[in-house]
Each structure stands twice: as C-alpha cells, then as structure tokens.
Design a protein around this ligand. Sequence first.
Ligand code: C5P
Length: 288
Amino acid sequence: MIVSAPAKVNLTLQILGKRTDGYHALESVMQLLSLADTLTITEAEQIEFSCSDPALACEENLVVRAARLLHRQCPRAIGARIHLEKHIPAQAGLGGGSSDAATALQALNEFWEVRLPDDDLTALGAQLGSDVPFFLNGPCGVVRGRGESVTPVVHRTTCHVVLAKPSQGLSTPRVYAGLHAPPLTTARPATRLLPETLAMLHALESGSPDAIARAVHNELEGPALPMLPELFTLRERMLEEGCLAVLLCGSGSALCGICPDEATARHAAIDLTNDAPWTWAGPWITFR
Ligand code: C5P
C-alpha cells in the first residue's frame, strides 16, 4: 500500500488566548498542498519503520507512535513494515510530521482492517499532535480549539503557491511562547467565526488569487519573524518575484507566496534558489 501525506498551509491563524493546559486556543483556515511525503506499507510480523532521512528513523517518529497507538485496537496479531520517504522539510511549519502520523493512522486502519470510525481516528490523532486531526479531515477546514475541532470546508479553488525555507528552522513551542498571549476568556460565543476566517472563506469561494492574497493572515508572524530576521528579506524577494502575498507557514520557518498563476510560482521557485536553500512550487489540492 502506497499513500501520500500532504503538507499544509495556514491561510489564516488567529490566537484567541492561552489555555490553562498551556496550549493556545486558535482559529485557523488550513489548506493541504500537493507537496507530500510518501508512506509505503507492506506486511510484517512486527511494526518495523525506516525513513529516507536516517535522522528521523527512530521509535519517537510520529509514524511509529501512530502505528503503536492504533495497533492496540487491532484485533489481529499482525504488524507492518512502514517506509517513509520525506519531501516535506522539518521545522518549516508545513505539518510534515503530523501529516505522516495522520496518514499512517488512516492507512493502517485499512491495512489492519481495524475499521475505526473517522471520529475515533480523529480522537486518536489529537493524542499525537494538535495538527493531526486536520490532516484526517482535509483538504481544507476551519480548525479551532487547540486544533482538535475541524469543520471541513468545500471549495474548488486551486491556487499556485511558492514555498521557500531558510536553512534554519523554527521551534513551534518557542514561537508560541513568544506570543505572550493573555489567558483565554470565554466571552466569545463558541459558534461565531472570526471576521478574518469569514473573509478567507469568502475569498476561497470567489476563486480569485487576489482575494485570497488580501485575506491571508498569520498571527504567529509577530514572534516568529524577529527570531529569524532573514525572513524579512526573503519575504521581500518573494514579493519581487510576483507573489501577491507572502505569509509564514504555521510557526515557520518556511514562507508561502500566493501566486497569480502556475508560471509565476514555477519561475519564483527557480529564482529563489539563490535566496533560500529549499524552494518548491505547486498547487493546493482541492480533493483527496
Ligand atoms: O500539539 P503539538 O505537539 O504539535 O504542539 C507543539 C507545541 O506547540 C506545543 O507544545 C505548544 O507549545 C505549541 N502549541 C500551542 N497551542 C496550540 C498548538 C501548539 O501552544 N494550539
């Protein structure tokens, strides 16, 4: 069984406050990209894991943790050999590890014939990481809570983006800590979406890259960009390359440029290789 584990970008990300458990309550419109890792699953007696990046081939890898978590619910005494081919860079804010974990849960649920319903799989995913539930419910969704509450969004808008990442990554806990967010208050009605979220949903419906570019917003840029000042110059370079807007991917350190068309994205990815060691161009995915 060969399955792909796509990357994501947070088109909007708003912080509502710090929760008593230390996590931040957020609201975010998340979108899957066509950039993806690949998982190959074959039969084995035990759970065995290998990875194209030897530094990630360890028991702590979220893929192994996902497999062991689901295996407890597996009625049959079988394992799986899982090979992970990495294409999504780490510490980029693209959700690579979370996507690998979500894809492993989904694929092994089928491979081992566990047949856990989607809601149970999403609850298992939330134990592995805040972004994992989204990856089980993509390709687009409004994410709330600490990430566990996902409302799927249906749209047909394909947008071409360019990604660029400096050699240095950013640590997610460090970026969140840099927010110095006030404690969460419960004054907001839980059902009402933020204006920024609504603006993005309208932009996605309109299908216009210009409208999407006007609606992007990531509050983690506040603490993240000063931690890696070369992001300011990289952002300028991406705008010079024709990007309509440039935003930080999640907690960084990759930047995402919203492009008017495929050619702009492809040319930008080539031109930006002088400014960043890793670049990528491609479309969003609108169905899975
Ligand atoms: O859930 P996950 O392990 O992916 O989160 C990594 C870190 O990011 C957490 O330890 C926390 O510092 C921060 N985080 C947060 N609020 C969220 C999601 C992540 O503070 N909603």
